[in-house]
Design a protein around this ligand. Structure first.
Ligand SMILES: [Zn+2]
Length: 74
C-alpha cells in the first residue's frame, strides 16, 4: 500500500523555504500575467511558470520584484 499522493505533510518548512503556506497560495508573479509561483527548494527561489523568472527568498520573505528576479532558461 504505497505510492504517490503522500505529500503535504512536511511541517519543517523546507518545502516552502520558510514561507507561510497560506501566503504562498496567494503569491503571484508581479508581471502583468500574475501567474502562480512554484517553489524551487534547491535554488531557494520562487519560479514563475509563465515568464520563467526566478524570485529570491530571503529569510523566508519572498522578494517579488521584477528588478530582483533573474531570468531562467525555459
Ligand atoms: Zn511571470
Amino acid at each position: 500500500m504505497s505510492g504517490p499522493g503522500t505529500t503535504g505533510s512536511d511541517r519543517g518548512g523546507t518545502a516552502t523555504l520558510g514561507i507561510d503556506p497560506a501566503l504562498l497560495e496567494i503569491l503571484a508573479c508581479p508581471d502583468t500575467h500574475h501567474s502562480p509561483l512554484t517553489v524551487d527548494v534547491a535554488a531557494s527561489e520562487l519560479v514563475c511558470g509563465t515568464c520563467h523568472r526566478a524570485f529570491p527568498v530571503r529569510d523566508g520573505i519572498p522578494v517579488l520584484l521584477l528588478d530582483e528576479a533573474r531570468q531562467r532558461p525555459a
